[in-house]
Design a protein. Structure first.
Lengths: 407, 490
């Protein structure tokens, strides 16, 4: 059993890392454990948790900015924002339910460390895009800051943003400052039925090319659609293609009609109001259609929307697969049968020839230990990546091997 | 305005000039070089014109391969390189050095691919900002970042400085609108970072590269997001008797859940100068003016502007005018966009670029006034109020070295003030040489060391855009490694 350390202050974290450095002893970095079943498994004997670094430290609703310590649960942050009629613009995805980790455990540090952004990413940007500043401790036990609390800041290198998606391998984040936005006054979901994948993606990309500010564009082939919890959608038993509008009441009424008209060749959609819309998109960001199961593995594929149906079709030639298309097709969550390599060689080949990259999200730990979880790097990118790791964490103490073996 | 220290040029390099020109001509052709003194003099400065240095040589590559050959040569021969776009930097980001080669990407200005279905375009970095939008506007699309210099500035420069613009309140800055780049490292290695998809795998190297002010490599191509433009847009003008009311009104609008596409602020001196230059119907009897723009269909715009007018009326506006037609809207924006030129007509000015938390606005404006009058100088304030990005224009006489020095000192005091109230030194113009020595006000030695180690990963010999961004004394330890890192041929 690994030893758990829970520093409650930045200086304490520095002391812990300095001790590890002296002993050259690597540590696993966690929040509340929501991400421990994702990424490559850690072999470290020490676990540093940011769970005690907790609480919102700054919230200025009229400046659209919030700061929180890294271990603050996402749920707590979203509740605080909702109480002032605001939200996170990028709709973070919680990997915990689909990977069998404890629900509700995702911390704000984990949100930015993985940069897992949900459906609204296509309209308003990703977690990375809304990060304004960080404080953290690197593998040299140095406390540093980057960015700040203001909306526009180009002072020096953008280290804060650069740390997003680094899975705790460069620094232990202690505090994050990010941009927030007002909750929409009204929401609406249009649901098109029975479209095959390629037509569905055409509908979604057409919608994204209109001026009506679609904030969610997903396609659920029948296999995924019947897994929805939302009773009315589940009962349809068909493939479903969803578009979301979020705006002022007057705008929604106008834009809905314009959008339906622009997409009339794709059929007549069902319409769902604010309450249903909230429920539907909330379960999608919990990946409800890709539930935890040991018999399957889950891939996350990032590509350009128009290539998505081809990629899925190509993979299906080699194995059965269930897809959930988000980001108008630019993001594919793909469930495949559990196998010794989780289908990696076929998945990666299908993606490589069409452009994009694939990340293995769910698989047994022994599979994630031997298969490349993240897209293998080209030599010149690997050189820079290794350089970055050495710059922040020369002894390789922080989350060693969580992203790439030997790094 | 010349108080900043620049390193002494390396005479050994200067004495090898003729041989260097021959070598590079052999690599990429003589017609890609500007070697004569008059030609080189055209590149001696950027938009921070107080500083001038004639470069050793100017090269104008046409392909990524050309850039790679030149950089590899410079790497192998320990030559410094100043990457340059259109030279519109306000912070001396493209200032040459006598012993350095200017590598200007302006001839690489093609659009390589436009993909409307996937909402992206692949372009060469020397293209101007506006040319991207011009190419896609026929299909109703645009490239969002809109710096005031967009007619002239290149995407390469926008990438280097992470440029913003008036409309980034809604659409974000450069880093939010770029998906991938092709970049050449100092040793000539060509690296593709990101792509056309919405997130890059592995470390977010793109974040480090965008806004790195030419410190990490030379970007030759980029894949940028293009967005479908709104059906329409219309501004309104709201005048106030005090900066406090204007600031409170901005908070009131955002607090009510409305994020307009732009909120611009002008103070009385700026309003007067702009109105005299390009009559836009700005009220002359107010202390502060907001230009607030919203987007959508005609009906939507009407609803939103009325709602904003209702909110604004709680803050004792002295005047409120909603644009009546496209021509009126164009005049309102023409006044704002011509602001720097208009001020330049009455005086030389020094443009600052700090960002502050919005709540500090009244305090900061008062202090800016006090700081400038303390030096016996006048100031006009024009800025992006929605995101707290200030552009105080300090007026001075450039023919008087004393006034120039005072302007520079006042500017530094203003930037210190921005940091003091929780803001930063630069919101969108960059550090360059101008704010280099103020970096220690915002960052601890550790913060800077973290950044400089990243620079060293990409450019071990510190040959790219030297003497910028990092204070010379702070970076000395890193640059001293140069001799060891970069082997010299001669």
């Amino acid at each position: 059993m690994a030893e758990l350390v829970r520093p409650a202050a930045e200086w304490e974290l520095q002391t812990v890392i300095a001790k590890l450095a002296a002993q050259k002893m690597p540590a696993e970095i966690v929040g509340h454990g929501a991400l421990r079943n994702a990424g490559r498994p850690s072999a470290a004997e020490i676990v540093i948790s940011t769970a005690s670094l907790r609480g919102v430290t700054l919230y200025e609703p009229t400046e659209l900015v919030m700061s929180a310590r890294a271990g603050t649960p996402l749920l707590e942050i979203e509740a605080e924002l909702a109480s002032r009629g605001q939200m996170l613009p990028f709709e973070p995805v919680d990997l915990a339910p689909t990977t069998g980790a404890p629900a509700g455990a995702l911390s704000i540090g984990g949100v930015f460390a993985t940069n897992m952004s949900g459906s609204r990413r296509i309209a308003t940007g990703s977690a990375r895009d809304h990060l304004l500043g960080v404080r953290g401790v690197n593998g040299r036990a140095e406390l540093f800051k980057s960015g700040g609390r203001v909306m526009k800041n180009v002072t020096g290198l953008d280290v804060a943003r650069g740390l997003t998606g680094s899975w705790g391998t460069l620094a232990v984040l202690t505090e994050l400052t990010f941009k927030v936005v007002p909750l929409p006054e009204s929401m609406l979901t249009l649901v098109y039925r029975n479209l095959p994948d390629d037509l569905a993606i055409e509908a979604l990309t057409t919608a994204m090319g209109t001026p009506f500010e679609v904030t969610g564009a997903v396609h659920l082939p029948k296999g995924a659609a019947v897994r929805l919890r939302h009773p009315k959608l589940k009962a349809l038993g068909q493939s479903l293609t969803l578009l979301r509008l979020e705006n002022f009441i007057a705008s929604i009424a106008y834009r809905k009609d314009k959008l339906i008209d622009a997409l009339k060749v794709f059929g007549t959609p069902l319409e769902f109001g604010s309450e249903d819309t909230w429920a539907i998109w909330n379960e999608l960001r919990q990946l409800s259609v890709m539930p935890y199961a040991t018999e399957t593995s889950l891939w996350r594929i990032s590509t350009v929307p128009t290539k998505a149906p081809e990629i899925v079709a190509a993979i299906k030639k080699f194995m059965p697969a269930e897809a959930f298309y988000d980001w108008s097709g630019g993001l594919i969550w793909l469930e495949v049968p559990a196998a010794a390599d989780a289908g990696a060689s076929d998945v990666r080949r299908a993606v490589a020839v069409r452009g994009g990259h694939a990340t293995l999200i769910r698989a047994a730990p022994e599979v994630r230990a031997i298969v490349d979880v993240f897209e293998p790097m080209k030599p010149e990118v690997e050189r820079l990546t290794r350089g970055m790791k050495a710059a922040f964490d020369p002894l390789g103490l922080l989350n060693r091997g969580r992203m790439y073996a030997n790094l | 305005m010349t108080s900043l220290r620049l390193p002494d040029p390396d005479q050994a390099v200067i004495s090898r000039r003729a041989a260097i020109i021959e070598d590079i001509a052999r690599l990429i052709g003589r017609d890609a070089l500007i070697a004569d003194e008059d030609g080189r003099r055209a590149f001696e400065t950027d938009a921070l014109t107080a500083y001038r240095r004639v470069p050793l040589l100017v090269v104008l590559p046409r392909t990524t391969e050309d850039v790679s050959k030149v950089l590899r040569y410079c790497h192998d021969n320990g030559l410094k390189v100043i990457p340059r776009g259109a030279g519109t930097s306000l912070c001396g980001g493209a200032l040459p050095a006598e012993d350095a080669i200017v590598l200007c990407v302006s001839k690489m200005n093609r659009i390589l691919d436009v993909d409307y279905a996937n909402r992206c375009a692949r372009v060469e970095s020397g293209i101007t900002n506006l040319a991207i939008s011009a190419r896609v506007s026929g299909n109703g699309f645009f490239y969002a970042p809109d710096p005031s210099s967009q007619l002239a500035c290149t995407l390469a420069g926008n990438l280097a400085m992470n440029s913003g613009g008036a409309h980034c309140l809604k659409y974000g800055v450069t880093t939010n609108n770029v998906l991938g780049v092709r970049m050449v490292l100092i040793d000539g290695t060509v690296v593709d970072i990101g792509g056309a998809h919405l997130d890059a795998p592995g470390y977010d190297l793109l974040s480090y590269v965008i806004g790195s002010e030419g410190q990490l490599g030379v970007i030759t191509e980029a894949t940028v997001r293009i967005l479908r433009a709104a059906e329409g847009a219309r501004p309104m003008l709201v005048g106030f008797g005090s900066p406090e009311s204007a600031g409170a009104c901005v908070s009131g609008i955002i607090g009510a859940g409305i994020v307009p596409v732009a909120i611009e602020y002008m103070d009385k001196p700026a309003i007067e100068v702009c109105e005299a230059f390009a009559p836009a119907g700005y009220p002359l009897d107010v202390e502060a003016l907001l230009i607030i723009e919203v987007e959508g269909s005609d009906t939507e715009i009407g609803v939103l502007l009325n709602r904003i007018a209702e909110i604004a009326s709680a803050y004792q506006p002295k005047s409120m005018v909603i644009s009546t037609d496209p021509d009126h809207s164009a005049r309102i924006w023409a006044g704002r966009k011509a602001a720097f030129g208009a001020v330049g007509r009455i005086s030389d000015y020094y443009c600052m670029d700090g960002t502050i938390p919005l709540g500090q606005l009244p305090h900061v404006l008062t202090r800016i006034g006090e700081i400038c009058s303390g030096y016996g100088l006048k100031v006009a304030n024009i800025f992006h109020a929605g995101d707290g990005n200030l552009h105080p224009l300090i007026l001075y006489n450039a023919n008087s070295p004393e006034e120039a020095e005072k302007a520079e000192l006042a500017g530094a005091d203003i930037l210190r003030l921005c940091v003091e109230v929780g803001g930063c030194l630069t919101g969108e113009h960059g550090v360059g040489i101008e704010k280099r020595d103020l970096m220690t006000v915002q960052f601890s030695p550790t913060d800077l060391a973290v950044q400089m180690r990243i620079k060293t990963v990409f450019d071990p010999g510190w040959l790219l855009n030297p003497a910028k961004v990092f204070p010379l004394d702070v970076s000395a330890a890193h640059t001293d490694q140069r001799a060891a890192a970069a082997p010299r041929a001669a």
